[in-house]
Design a protein around this ligand. Sequence first.
Ligand SMILES: Nc1ncnc2c1ncn2[C@@H]1O[C@H](COP(=O)(O)OP(=O)(O)OP(=O)(O)O)[C@@H](O)[C@H]1O
Ligand SMILES: [Mg+2]
Length: 245
Amino acid sequence: MTNILTIKNLTKKYHTPEGETLAIKDITLNIKKGEIIGIVGSSGCGKSTLLNILAGLDKETSGEIIKTNFKDAYMLQSDALLPWLTVLDNACLGLKLKNIKTDENIEYVKKLLKNFGLESFMDAYPSSLSGGMKQRVALIRTLAIKPDIVYLDEPLSALDYVTRLMITDEIHSILKKMKVTTILISHDIAECTSFCDRIVVLSKRPAVVKNIYDIKLKKPSTPSKNRKDELFNYYYDLIWSDLDK
Ligand SMILES: Nc1ncnc2c1ncn2[C@@H]1O[C@H](COP(=O)(O)OP(=O)(O)OP(=O)(O)O)[C@@H](O)[C@H]1O
Ligand SMILES: [Mg+2]
């Protein structure tokens, strides 16, 4: 597979009145076209910092990000909806900002809203949605522009366990169908192992790459079925033992 994105010797230091924080230290990583790559690491290790830099919201201290020609979209860790816009308008916000809010693209967003069980809330305002529903709208907004690559920072963290399991298969199937390269941050090793093609384990701060696993399950399928795969626990245990606790 060809690389869509290359991260070379990336280092990030924050300077605050209290002093200097080394968040990321010398990370080198190739992201392959079409893969779903998971990033796990303990809280505060530097995961969001890494995505912020990839998305261009923050600047590296040293190192290099080599991007091929692609359209990217970012769902932030606490991605908020605009309270004065309806669900449909919130979901179409990226399209509007990019000046591609065509009838066809609006139809596509409506289809996504339907897939995610939000069809009857299209004209509602965010204040009438549950936390999980808001997060789904934020995810749809991210996917609406049909990006080549998405950065997802804990996209399902506000969802209860059952809802989370139910929509995970749907999201996985959409990402694979659209062939979207995905960088997913998750605290949940089981979620990552069942969802991702590859998993990068970061050390505690400053984040360095501790290990990278190719997840080769016996019979790769949907995330919920992957959890029952013969090799699922093998990878889960490896990653768990790698994580700095
Ligand atoms: N803008 C900033 N200014 C100063 N320090 C920051 C800034 N953003 C992050 N940091 C520090 O950098 C480190 C990494 O933060 P980051 O948000 O990347 O962690 P994380 O791995 O995403 O954590 P979590 O899993 O809790 O979301 C932390 O020590 C944090 O305090
Ligand atoms: Mg974070």
